[in-house]
Design a protein around this ligand. Structure first.
Ligand SMILES: O=C1O[C@H](COP(=O)(O)O)[C@@H](O)[C@H](O)[C@H]1O
Length: 232
């Protein structure tokens, strides 16, 4: 089921998503299972991660994956995993064995092998929640408008060269991995994304607005601030 929730501004969006995700994680933990969450990069994601609170859930008992990664060296400030480490993983002492980072530049693998290796390690069970930012061009993860990766059907994780948004080299889950999810939450803030949001919720196609290609098995939730929702 697709739902759209609109809150007044980016700060409210960050606190709202942090609290919704904590509730979802706690609900899964209450069933005795360790939740799996796919993280995204980007500005609003960092604000959400900074709003996670220490006692809200058992942070020792969550598996974190990434939907995409910038293929730069480990520890580089551009890496999505480094942004998550800096904003919550270190602060909340998430165990290293539950942090499933994508490979980094310098890992001694070709990008294709690095991508395939990550794909092989992904769980077969659906992710509990996939978090996705959306670019002003409608990209999600590192699936960009018009790129061949949008039509990959065999591989779950692929390499990307020549990304229109720097850095140019990236690794990304494909639709087949991103769609293996119970819930997909799009997190979008700012009027620069309003046209992409309107296309994704309107007559956009996978080729012009890749965000249209991801849905959750039970829930597809668009969490927007008023600026991002301004063209709906
Ligand atoms: O490069 C990326 O950009 C998007 C969105 O980032 P934002 O700063 O415009 O919010 C993000 O979803 C993706 O994971 C990331 O690699």
């Amino acid at each position: 089921m697709r739902r759209v929730e609109v809150v007044p501004d980016a700060a409210t969006l960050a606190s709202t998503v942090a609290s919704l995700l904590s509730i979802r994680i706690a609900d899964v933990q209450a069933t005795g299972r360790r939740p799996s969450v796919v993280l995204t990069g980007g500005t609003i994601a960092i604000a959400i991660y900074e709003a996670f609170e220490a006692g809200a859930v058992d942070w020792n008992n969550v598996d974190f994956y990434w939907g995409d990664e910038r293929f730069v060296p480990e520890g580089h400030a551009d890496r999505n995993d480094q942004q998550a480490r800096d904003s919550f993983l270190t602060r909340l002492e998430v165990p290293a064995e539950h942090i499933h980072s994508m490979p980094a530049h310098g890992c001694d693998l070709s990008m294709a092998d690095a991508a395939n290796g990550y794909g092989d390690k992904l769980p077969r069970d659906p992710f509990d929640v996939v978090l996705l930012g959306v670019g002003p061009d409608g990209h999600v993860a590192s699936l960009f408008p018009g790129f061949a990766q949008l039509h990959e059907t065999e591989r779950r994780v692929v390499e990307v060269f020549g990304s229109p948004k720097p850095p140019p080299e990236r690794i990304t889950m494909t639709f087949s991995a991103l769609n293996n999810a119970d819930a997909v939450w799009f997190l979008v803030s700012g009027d620069g994304k309003a046209a992409a949001v309107a296309r994704a919720l309107g007559d956009g196609t996978i080729d012009d607005t890749p965000a249209t290609g991801v849905t959750g098995a039970t829930e597809t939730l668009w969490l927007l601030d008023e600026a991002a929702a301004s063209q709906l």
